[in-house]
Design a protein around this ligand. Structure first.
Ligand code: ADP
Ligand code: MG
Length: 358
């Protein structure tokens, strides 16, 4: 059993998931290194997300934890038990996929019961547990419906209930909201978070959507090309990105490097200023204690609550500034081609660690 991480495991319970040097190569010429040495410790009851672009290894990590894929190297512990070589059915996890295949000829209740029927659980207990799972996903009023008569969000909840009915210690979710349109997706994000809080089991959630990961997660691991670039809370990965990749993938990076950094900030290195920390102001407009850089408005995109300005700095790069609409400063607006200053508070300059490329 892994030694408990003093900073997190206050109860002394074993972490829900521990990955140590986890690696997966797929045969080929050259071989595909899908996961290149992942180390991760996920606490019991955590809502943990793996965030990264397509092809960065998230699904492969999930499949190795579920036991559908054998690691090339490294180990997997669930609740303190080494399951690296265990069969999928011998692991206390369940998976919810994006393309949740419900049985169309079965009712909602029968769909949720199905796994228990296969396991030969008696009828009365099956019913009781399936109804409990439907209550957990707030679908207890529709047990007799056929999947075809449900909305996309309701179908997704049936898929969730089908996993919860097994009462796993850990639920693995691979882009489960990917098939839903944006509005429904945002609704389901809120639901999913509430369900996880109610049920209290560990969720390991995969997404390529940075906003989704920031919204839902207690902590996030940011994946890039089979490696974990950073693990932290939403605030940590957004406000203290560990690399240029993280700064760019989790939000708009507005990166200042090289000669531009020297000219604008008077410092060498790589820096980022988030769009919402920049103020677009008239040329020469005051701003005590603020830093400034002159530029020209290149593009204006009005988006209701905010307006997005692309400003070309005289020093030679483009930065994006988000201005709240309805706030006094932004009421006037600036047109394309207007000479402006960008203003920001020195505290909002993020130093981006630069690493040698691997
Ligand atoms: P993600 O879920 O982050 O999009 P995946 O884990 O699916 O990434 O894939 C990581 C890499 O491994 C990709 O380059 C992908 O093409 C490759 N890969 C995944 N599964 C297989 C497989 N069965 N055979 C060969 N290559 C694979
Ligand atoms: Mg995937």
């Amino acid at each position: 059993m892994a030694s408990p991480d003093a900073s997190r495991a206050s109860s002394g319970a074993a972490p829900a998931i521990v990955l140590t040097g986890l690696r997966k190569e797929f045969p080929g010429n050259p071989p595909v290194v899908a996961v290149d040495g992942a180390d991760l410790e996920i606490a019991d009851g955590e809502f943990f997300s793996m965030l990264g672009p397509s092809g960065s290894g998230k699904t492969t990590v999930l499949r190795m934890i579920a036991g559908f894929e054998e690691p090339t190297a490294g180990s997997i512990e669930l609740g303190g038990r080494d399951v690296t070589r265990a069969q999928p059915y011998d692991r206390d996890v369940n998976t919810v996929f994006q393309d949740y295949a419900l049985f169309p000829h079965m009712s909602v209740l029968e769909n949720v019961e199905y796994g228990l029927r296969v396991k030969k659980v008696g009828k009365a207990e099956r019913r009781a547990r399936a109804m409990e799972a439907l209550e957990q996903v707030r679908l207890a009023d529709l047990p007799a419906r056929r999947p075809g008569a449900l909305s996309g969000g309701q179908r997704q909840r049936v898929a969730l209930a089908r996993a919860l009915v097994n009462r796993p210690k850990v639920l693995l979710l691979d882009e489960p909201l990917g098939a839903l349109d944006l509005k429904l997706r945002e609704q389901m994000q809120v639901e999913l978070k509430a369900i996880q809080r109610d049920v209290g089991i560990t969720f390991l959630f995969v997404t390529h959507d940075q906003e989704e990961a920031l919204t839902l997660s207690d902590r996030i691991a940011v994946f890039n090309a089979g490696r974990i670039e950073q693990v932290g809370t939403a605030r940590e990965v957004y406000e203290q990105p560990a690399s240029g990749f993280v700064a760019g993938f989790v939000g708009t990076s507005n990166l200042l490097t090289g000669d531009v950094a020297s000219a604008v900030l008077g410092r060498q290195g790589a820096f980022s200023i988030r769009p919402e920390k920049l103020t677009v102001a008239e040329r020469g407009f005051g701003g005590d204690g603020l830093m400034r850089a002159p530029g020209t408005v290149v593009e204006v995109v009005y988006a209701g609550p905010v307006t997005r300005y692309v400003v070309g700095l005289d020093a030679g790069t483009r930065l994006i500034a988000l201005q709240q609409n309805g706030s006094a400063a932004a009421d006037t607006g600036f047109e394309r081609g207007t000479a402006v200053d960008l203003l920001w508070h020195p505290d909002n300059v993020i130093t981006v660690p630069t690493r040698t490329a691997h």
